[in-house]
Design a protein around this ligand. Structure first.
Ligand code: GRG
Length: 301
């Protein structure tokens, strides 16, 4: 029987969006501007890939979406903070994101910086305090501590921030394939991998499942960024919700720039195949992640 990925994504997006609406402070909470800015970027759209990966990781470990919604939302908040800050004039200086003017265009630079900071801070509050609310039973403290540490590492200087630093420092330069791989695995793949892992850890998945999921997460994270680089060459503003061709204009180091489009496409494809091979021993528990792997390869936005 074929897997209905569209239905799977729609149902989980709905759960995530409802939970985000509950967890984010209301727009009129004092001081309202910051809460408006936080909600503006979170509800601007977005595929909700990272929270859905948290849920898929939980399901692969035998858990339910309901059990991991705070962690799923936390990953979306961290991701959204990174987009807001990445778009700032001091970084990529972008005008559009998720089909809307960027945060700093609407709220000004100071408020966009603070909205990113506030989303990151709220993410860790959700992780630390909200589990008991959604759980059938409270999460074991050891599991909670593990995901807090892993998510902090993946978002920090040995993860996403480290990747962003090297990305910025590499602009306009000719870098080695190793540096390019460092940027992509740290800037993007680290959050994707830890999303899958967090769901599985929270539901107490055994080591064998965690190992398979970690390998798949690393491969899928890299594939995701390679596809992102390809879409920046081939996509349009309407499809992407942000200006296409910006990598080339900003002299970013990308897979297509370094290896050409053909090699980039085939590398993304083989990474997705490797991810699926790692997941194969998990059987039907990993069906949603396998389908998400195809989605990552075939996406157009
Ligand atoms: C500013 C600390 C800091 C980090 C920035 C992640 C990042 C590092 C910058 C965002 C810009 C960028 C190109 C990131 C690579 C990851 C990526 C492809 C983000 C877009 O993710 P999607 O396609 O976005 O999942 P939606 O809007 O669908 O959630």
């Amino acid at each position: 029987m074929s897997f209905d990925l569209g239905g799977y994504l729609a149902e989980r997006r709905r759960l995530v969006d409802q939970a985000l609406a509950r967890f984010l402070p209301p727009e009129d909470a004092y001081p309202p501007t910051i809460h408006e800015a936080m909600r503006y970027s979170v509800f601007a759209g977005g595929k909700r890939l990272r929270p859905i990966l948290v849920i898929a990781g939980a399901e692969a470990g035998g858990g339910l979406a309901q059990d991991v919604l705070p962690a799923a939302c936390a990953m979306e908040l961290i991701h959204t903070y990174s987009l807001i800050h990445d778009d700032l004039p001091a970084m990529d200086d972008d005008d559009d994101r998720r089909g809307r003017p960027t945060s700093h265009k609407v709220f000004g630079e100071a408020m966009a910086i603070l909205a990113g900071d506030a989303l990151l801070t709220l993410a860790f509050r959700l992780l630390a305090e909200n589990f008991a609310e959604s759980q059938r039973q409270a999460v074991a403290p050891a599991r909670l501590r593990q995901i807090l540490a892993e998510i902090a590492e993946a978002a920090g200087t040995f993860g996403m921030i480290g990747g962003q630093v090297v990305d910025i420092q590499s602009e306009g330069k000719s870098v080695s394939a190793e540096t390019l791989e460092y940027i992509h695995t740290h800037k993007t793949a680290a959050l994707i991998r830890v999303s899958l892992r967090s769901g599985a850890i929270l539901t107490g998945a055994p080591e064998k499942v965690l190992e398979a999921i970690s390998q798949a997460g690393a491969h899928l994270g890299l594939a995701f960024q390679i596809v992102d680089d390809i879409l920046d060459v081939e996509g349009s503003l309407e499809q992407l919700g942000k200006t296409a061709g910006s990598d080339r204009r900003k002299k970013k180091v990308t897979y297509p720039e370094h290896f050409g489009l053909e090699v980039s496409r085939s590398r993304a494809k083989s990474l997705v195949e490797e991810a699926k091979s790692a997941l194969a021993p998990l059987g039907s528990a990993a069906t949603p992640i396998m389908a998400l792997a195809d989605f990552i390869l075939e996406r157009k936005s």
